[in-house]
Ligand binder design. Structure first.
Ligand code: NAD
Length: 476
């Protein structure tokens, strides 16, 4: 049997790519450190240079095969999912942003690295028949400008990088200034690994000093063809006003409704697990509970078994409310802080192990109405499930983001789903089941409610292009 030169070169190429991809994860066959990359690290002083470099990278990327693309995606997964990297990212995020807890950040980064859909997400559609063959293929936009939040700094970069590169794009990141160090570390790490497997240099770029001016320069740059904003209402409005194709993944205020038919011990555990996850930072985390009167006492009692502490003293509730929010917005200094730190500031001593502070409050209270992103959960007692659903819809403020309901009544579950119209609706589980952590479905850290893409993945970062061949290639 003769082996063709093409096959030999294919096998050699794939073997080299595999070996280098393993090295990129920080390990060589001998267990030593990988060699440094000969390519740039993707970090530029000037935003225009960051965009130009990404544009050049994208044009080179067009010449890479789908096999190359898969290799690059695997390389990103490898360098972002080893234990050392995950531990570093989790701890560095808490240290630099002052938000969240390392244990849960480790998990979020791991899901982002390993489970974010890759090239398999961009499926070709085809029609074939007497008139020939027509395909719809997902093609890149080119350079995407991605704005990332403080609350999920590395998770969003990993998740966006995999999805955007899988769709054939290059990406310029505009991170929150309070997550600069971690962002630089991660972008350097990914670029170095990509360089080592032969990817074009600067497929992922950013600037030395992230700032609003730099973000604006990125948004205005003609070579940035698509904008993806993950953050609060201000930045979502900015990208939607840019005149460019934009995906807006904005704020939420997820309510959790509990009715009388629910498995209350399970609901209590799920709510504490979800609302305390990463100190309540995720935009998807339970931010308030609307419970029917007949089960509210039992629900609170069960929540205490899972690390919640109930604040009953109206003076302590008032003190806590006085510093965590101002003018209807969370005060950044307290966002993502541990429950015991928040309690101490309000003059209440609670065990360090406290996962969540709960307080029964009126519906109008800031613990219900404000997206606090802190382990503080307002609980509102209502007469019946219909009132609970109406109040949940109101508390969600039309964000169409996330809602949770605990009930065994399918009619009530259906009514809630129809009325609340959220992008994510979790039934009988903790909120993080909705982003693929412990629930079916893939994870994402860019949930586009305002612009309707939902849980974004590679196909949302691509253009649908039709290719028509007249008269032939249908073999049916
Ligand atoms: P943020 O809006 O303060 O910042 C987000 C990003 O936008 C940062 O990079 C910031 O530097 C930039 N930015 C903000 N205002 C800007 C402006 N006027 N001009 C230019 N750039 C601007 O949000 P955050 O505090 O970092 O993150 C928390 C918010 O993000 C919450 O509201 C949360 O619900 C939301 N969020 C949404 C999702 C989602 O997928 N829908 C995911 C994570 C966070």
């Amino acid at each position: 049997m003769t082996i063709s030169p093409e096959l030999i070169s294919k096998v050699v190429r794939e073997t080299v790519q595999e070996v280098v991809a393993r090295q990129a994860s920080g390990l060589t066959a001998q267990g030593g450190a990988a060699a440094p990359s000969a390519t740039g690290d993707g970090i530029f002083t000037d935003m225009n240079d960051a965009v130009e470099a990404a544009d050049k990278a994208w044009r080179q990327y067009l010449d890479c095969s789908m096999r190359d693309r898969k290799c690059y995606i695997q390389t990103i997964r490898n360098v972002c999912s080893d234990d050392e990297a995950l531990t570093y990212m989790a701890e560095a995020a808490v240290e630099e942003t002052g938000m969240g807890n390392a244990h849960d950040k480790y998990l979020k980064n791991r899901y982002a690295a390993l489970e974010t859909p890759g090239v398999e997400d961009i499926i070709t559609e085809a029609w074939s028949g007497d008139d020939g063959l027509t395909t719809i293929e997902f093609s890149p936009f080119g350079v995407i400008g991605a704005i990332t939040p403080t609350t999920n700094p590395s998770e969003t970069i990993i998740n966006n990088s995999i999805g955007m590169l899988a769709a054939g794009n290059a990406v310029v990141f505009s991170p929150h200034p309070r997550a600069t160090r971690l962002t630089h570390w991660l972008i350097r790490r990914i670029n170095k690994a990509l360089g080592e497997v032969g990817a074009p240099a600067n497929l992922i770029t950013t600037v030395e000093k992230p700032s609003i001016d730099n973000t604006n320069a990125m948004m205005a740059h003609p070579k940035v063809r698509m904008l993806v904003a993950t953050g609060g209402p201000g930045i979502v409005k900015s990208v939607l006003s840019s005149g460019k194709k934009a995906i807006g993944a904005g704020a939420g205020n997820p309510p959790a409704v509990v009715d009388a038919t629910a498995d209350i011990p399970q609901a209590a555990k799920d709510i504490v697990d979800g609302a305390s996850f990463d100190n309540n930072l995720p935009c998807t985390a339970e931010k308030e509970v609307i419970a029917v009167d007949s089960i509210t006492d039992l629900l609170k009692f069960e929540m205490l078994k899972h690390g919640a502490v109930e604040i009953k003293d109206p003076a302590v509730i008032a003190r806590l409310a006085s510093f965590v929010a101002k003018d209807g917005h969370a005060v950044a200094k307290w966002v993502g802080k541990p429950a015991c730190v928040l309690a101490a500031e309000a003059g209440l001593e609670v065990p360090e192990s406290t996962r969540l502070l709960i307080a029964e409050v009126p519906f109008e209270h800031t613990f219900v109405q404000t997206e606090l992103m802190m382990p503080i959960l307002g609980i509102v007692r209502v007469k019946n499930v219909d009132e609970a659903i109406d109040k949940a819809v109101e508390a969600e403020h039309g964000n169409r983001h996330t809602a949770i309901m605990h009930s065994l009544d399918v009619k009530a579950l259906t009514k809630m789903g129809k009325k609340i119209q959220t992008t994510i609706y979790v039934k009988n589980g903790p909120s993080y089941n909705g982003i693929g952590i412990g629930g079916e479905g893939y994870p994402t850290f860019t949930i586009a409610g305002p612009t309707g893409e939902g849980l974004t993945s590679a196909r949302n970062f691509a253009r649908r292009r039709r290719c028509v061949l007249k008269g032939s290639l249908s073999v049916r």
